[in-house]
Design a protein around this ligand. Structure first.
Ligand code: DHK
Length: 144
């Protein structure tokens, strides 16, 4: 069975409570449960992580080199600032899908640029929590 790591960046632990008009009402726990159930349907083993710390996310990506076949990543605010996360992804061989709950292109100008998109095989933005399920379905086709 293929393994997918779903990595989440800063403040996504507050999903459901934080600016729900932008990020929605789903919690990260409910997203994890949905993704694990969908993973079973798709024959994928899904593990979800969250950290508020850039270096920890870099560590998680490095760990994924040996333990995951694909990465789905919402780097949150680090999307717009982190060369370190981009470099870690460039050292990962499998497919990478970038997810944003909100449509970052419809928001402040500083959110329009993503360092991670240089490495991402696909980008999903503006679909809310459903973006993770869409990413997982696309990951299944990429790994097929
Ligand atoms: C989440 C965040 O926390 C923001 O910093 C990004 C992203 C957008 C999202 O839409 O999931 O700019």
């Amino acid at each position: 069975m293929k393994t997918i790591h779903i990595l989440n960046g800063p403040n996504l632990n507050l999903l459901g409570k934080r600016q729900p008009e932008i990020y929605g009402h789903d919690t990260l726990d409910s997203i994890a449960a949905t993704c694990k159930a969908l993973g079973q349907e798709l024959g994928l083993d899904v593990a979800l992580f969250q950290s508020n710390h850039e270096g920890t996310i870099v560590d998680q990506i490095q760990t994924a080199r040996a333990t995951a076949d694909g990465i789905i990543l919402n780097p949150a605010a680090y999307t717009h600032s982190s060369v370190a996360i981009l470099d870690a992804l460039l050292a990962f061989d499998g497919p990478v899908i970038e997810v944003h709950l909100s449509n970052i292109h419809k928001r402040e100008t500083f959110r329009h640029h993503s360092y991670v998109s240089r490495r991402a095989d696909a980008v999903i933005a503006g679909c809310g929590a459903q973006g993770y399920s869409l990413a997982l379905r696309h990951m299944a086709t990429l790994l097929d």
